[in-house]
Design a protein around this ligand. Structure first.
Ligand code: ZN
Length: 299
């Protein structure tokens, strides 16, 4: 590999793939998007894009992938880069390393939320953080924790959406929609849970409903503080666009911590501690480019 090698980046979402070829400095030279169909349709289209972009712009030295899951992201696993139990038709067992094998270069695979976290750390609202926790609250809920530009994992990627916040059955009789847990965080506060509970989206709800969702999210926020002591928490995703929600999450989180964590990073009112994303829709592809850069740096 040479320093002039380009990076192939893939943001693989449940509904669309965003593909890009970038320089190691992050300049995007070619970019496209395509619907997420089955691998038999999406893989050849992806291969064709990268082959053409490489012919136009130069050699691709590594690929960085930020993908929907569940997917094996353990580099030491023989199934690294393989979709595992995803209900998405045709994708279980599909492997990025097979799809991109013809290029003969390293392929780094991480989750979509970890990719967005790395993107925000590198170029968005998480710049300058040593430890950053990025959470998306949307169709699903997940958190990526980034330390010095690398996502943390254990035996698998983290699953913050399935923690169990306390639920007052009088205040909130809704039993939740998670097929595994019922009233876990995702079962109570994801976009689909909100629509099922109230029959409307969060931007149409009143302050009491917003406050209820904020309490569940604040349970995660305060837990992230206690477990990881991040420099900052970013909350993104469709649900977080609801009017007044991030302000309510700040208030509820401060109330839960109750002054116990005293550090200059946690400002009065948590205005600079709990923030919304800086990159918007570009976080995922920016993170995928960063993953490819890691592959070139360590490969
Ligand atoms: Zn669950």
């Amino acid at each position: 590999m040479s320093s002039s090698d380009l990076i192939g980046a893939v943001e693989a979402g449940g509904t669309k793939f965003v593909l890009a070829v970038a320089t190691a400095a992050g300049e995007i030279l070619a970019r496209t998007r395509m619907p997420t169909n089955t691998p038999s349709e999406t893989w050849p289209a992806m291969q064709q894009f990268f082959a053409q972009a490489s012919a136009d712009h130069g050699r691709i030295g590594a690929f960085g992938i930020a993908s929907f899951g569940p997917i094996d992201i353990d580099p030491a696993s023989p199934r690294y880069g393989t979709f595992t139990t995803t209900p998405k038709e045709g994708w279980s067992g599909a492997r990025f390393h097979d799809a991109l094998g013809q290029f003969g270069v390293p392929v780094v695979v991480d989750t979509d939320v970890n990719g967005a976290a790395i993107g925000e750390w590198m170029a968005g609202a998480g710049r300058g953080c040593r430890t950053l926790a990025y959470t998306t609250i949307g169709t699903g809920i997940g958190t990526g924790v980034v330390q010095n530009g690398r996502s943390l994992m254990g035996i698998s990627h983290f699953e913050s959406g399935h923690i169990m916040p306390p639920r007052d059955a009088v205040l909130d009789p809704f039993a939740g929609i998670c097929p595994y847990h019922g009233d876990c965080l995702e079962g109570l506060a994801s976009g689909p849970a909100i629509e099922r509970r109230w029959g409307k989206s969060l931007d149409q709800l009143g302050p009491d409903e917003t406050a209820l969702i904020a309490r569940y999210i604040a349970h995660l926020a305060s837990t992230l503080v206690l477990l990881h002591m991040p420099d900052r928490l970013i909350f993104g995703g469709g649900v977080m666009k609801a009017p007044g929600l991030v302000e309510a999450v700040r208030r509820e989180t401060a109330s839960r911590l109750n002054g116990y964590v005293s550090h200059p990073a946690l400002d009065e009112g948590l205005q600079t501690y709990i923030v919304t994303p800086g990159l918007g829709d570009d976080a995922g592809i920016t993170g995928a480019i960063a993953l490819g850069r890691q592959a070139i740096a360590t490969g």
